[in-house]
Design a protein around this ligand. Sequence first.
Ligand SMILES: Nc1ncnc2c1ncn2[C@@H]1O[C@H](COP(=O)(O)OP(=O)(O)O)[C@@H](O)[C@H]1O
Ligand SMILES: [Mg+2]
Length: 279
Amino acid sequence: MTSRLTARELTLAYEDRTVVHELDLAIPDGRVTVIVGPNACGKSTTLRALGRLLKPAGGSVLLDGEELAKLPTKRIARSVGLLPQTPVAPEAITVADLVSRGRQPHQAWWKQWSEEDERAVTDAMERTDVAALADRPVDALSGGQRQRVWIAMALAQETELLLLDEPTTYLDISHQVEVLDLVRRLNRLRGRTVVLVLHDLNQAARYADHLVAMKAGRVVAEGPPEKIVTEELVRDVFGLRSVVVPDPVTGSPLVVPGAPWHAGRETEEEAAEAGASAV
Ligand SMILES: Nc1ncnc2c1ncn2[C@@H]1O[C@H](COP(=O)(O)OP(=O)(O)O)[C@@H](O)[C@H]1O
Ligand SMILES: [Mg+2]
């Protein structure tokens, strides 16, 4: 496995509070990697560091073997596109203008807006189904429409590596599937390397080639979903009793939730029941 983007003993902190601890991670090239884990375990923090939105407190992130912190911003932005969990749009900007900003890393004072830029923007808006909204102000859109516009901006950047933090938030179920299918097509047809943070474990298991499970700022398990998604992992990482069955559509592991699980807090009756439901 080759990996252009890697984290080495990466420690991330806000002020003096460390939230990610000496994380080692290699993002497999040409694959879809999905990061899962409970709220506040450090998924977004990790993703932001991979996109150089956050400076390491220790260790490093390497792009093609070079420390991200030492590379020029534009050089990174031509290779790595990042959609944060809660991006903020400039006031009163239109959809077309926001998506066009995805082309900034490709601009220079000697290079005018080109046909190539125009094509990338049009293509990204069509793929995310926002072309009809082009002249609308971003502020005036619904949460789901706005989310698709942000995805369009990230796509317009046309980077080999794409990092998306919970891109399906605010989307109804059919648009969720549309976005995830789009991500997979970009990967399968255009060879893009994608890293997604998803909060839905079953979507994660469906779309990941490589699944990374985090808990309290550390990687607990990683690998192909069918190898690592087990009842034990779900209990350990999410504190949930569950039954794992094959997804009827894709065959990937499907987690059917049981009850919250707390070590040592089960009654005998509950324990017996949990044992029975795990069979
Ligand atoms: N800008 C910030 N300033 C201070 N603490 C933060 C900030 N962003 C996140 N945190 C804290 O860091 C921890 C990890 O957050 P985050 O990476 O957003 O988790 P996740 O994406 O897994 O839900 C949480 O305890 C969160 O409160
Ligand atoms: Mg998050």
